[in-house]
Design a protein around this ligand. Structure first.
Ligand code: HEM
Length: 375
């Protein structure tokens, strides 16, 4: 318990331009909202399948040379080949258990808080990394998704939608160096799971089994949503992944976390007053605030009356479209329903594009939070 209180206090509270503070302080929210949403699930380790998948990927024999890219990118790219041989090595010398993955989780949790970064936590940008590495999935040809961690390659890292995610990839590289047996796809998705859970969100069922692919597996640009667009575009993008209207709205609730950065997307500001605590505030604010178009030299975005918070045109589309708005209303009025639906859809999102046989357990696991382990 102590560790979490300390972590929460380390985070910078968001004071609005008008000096307004959250109606309920984040610490109080944490106490109110911290709860489990799923039961502990076991699962037998089936590393052999994972190894076979990794070895098959290595059979492609594709070698990527990251000319002129950063050290992190080079390391990431080299892992396309290394991971497969590492997987084989792991099969003979080391078989990671759920406890090993819990150690990885704990180390990720340890690096989240940093008073010198944004609102005091790397959590939000790790959630975005997990989502962007999975949301490229196309159910029509079964390409993209979290399996191959193709954002390691400049062709995909350079997509406009991924601007700024090198921050998250560089941060989590520290963990990769400590646990080289883990694939980037598993690491990035576990990063998102850990960030949501440690920011007082719902439990996110997760299991390992992704393998590192090759540059040829990188997805074409345009698979992730464009924030300047509206309902039709959101449907095109998310239906292609296999999601429906309810899932689109539930998943968008992740914008309770974090902020937009001028030097990344061009947009500016946070969506809520507590950007490092997972809440349903995104929905209550969408419903209850009066949103007006901001007059500035940046891309079209909306602002609240305190001029502290923002909404993207794509966020606003959720209250302009009748079907979407129905779900915004449900989640604004029922935090528990939002938590359990978000948990279900985010867990599904993180598994897109991964063949079932590759997973090391027949059912996803529930990783323990730091609080649960210390109490
Ligand atoms: C519905 C369509 C979506 C659009 C158009 C969209 C767009 C954006 C944009 C433009 C940013 C700002 C990036 C920056 O400047 O740093 C952002 C940030 C973020 N997005 Fe989304 N997003 C969408 C859905 C999602 C989903 C489904 C999730 C997760 C489940 C998510 C999680 C986040 C998080 C946590 C951040 C904050 C990152 C940070 O603080 O660095 N978004 N999104």
């Amino acid at each position: 318990m102590f560790a979490s209180v300390l972590r929460t206090q380390l985070r910078r509270p968001l004071v609005g331009a008008a000096g307004r503070m959250p109606a309920v302080a984040p610490v109080t929210r944490n106490v109110i909202r911290a709860r489990g949403y799923a039961t502990e699930a076991g699962g037998s380790s089936n590393t052999l399948l994972w190894v076979l998948g990794a070895a098959a990927a290595a059979g492609g024999g594709y070698w990527y040379y990251a000319a002129g890219s950063t050290d992190v990118m080079k390391k990431e790219a080299e892992s396309a080949v290394k991971s497969a041989s590492q997987a084989v090595k792991a099969a003979t010398k080391f078989t990671p258990t759920k406890d090993d993955y819990q150690k990885v989780y704990n180390d990720i949790a340890e690096l989240l808080d940093d008073n010198d970064y944004d609102d005091g936590s790397y959590g939000p940008v790790l959630v975005r990394l997990a989502w962007h590495s999975s949301g490229t999935y196309d159910k029509n040809d079964n390409t993209g998704g979290s399996n191959y961690a193709t954002m390691r390659f400049p062709s995909e890292a350079g997509h406009g939608a991924n601007a700024g995610l090198e921050v998250a990839r560089t941060k989590i590289e520290e963990i990769k160096q400590k646990y080289p047996w883990m694939s980037y796809g598993d690491l990035w998705t576990l990063g998102g799971v850990c960030a949501v859970q440690e920011m007082q969100g719902p439990k996110i069922p997760w299991r390992p089994g992704r393998i590192d692919g090759f540059a040829k597996d990188a997805t074409p640009d345009g698979r992730l949503p464009d924030a300047s667009k509206a309902a039709d575009h959101l449907r095109n993008i998310f239906y292609r992944m296999g999601f429906d209207d309810q899932a689109i709205v539930a998943l968008s609730g992740a914008h309770a976390l974090g902020r937009c950065h001028r030097n990344r997307s061009g947009f500016d500001g946070p969506w809520t007053f507590s950007p490092t605590t997972f809440t349903n505030d995104y929905f209550t604010l969408l419903m209850n605030e009066r949103w007006t178009w901001r007059k500035w030299d940046g891309p079209k975005q909306l602002q609240d009356k305190t001029k502290t918070l923002m909404m993207l045109p794509s966020d606003f589309a959720l209250v302009q479209d009748r079907e979407f708005k129905k779900w915004v209303k449900v989640y604004a009025g029922d935090n528990d329903k939002f938590f359990s639906d978000f948990s279900k859809y985010f867990s599904e999102l993180l598994e897109l594009g991964v063949p079932r046989a590759q997973f090391v357990a027949s059912e996803p696991w529930i990783m323990k939070t730091i609080d649960e382990q210390s109490s």
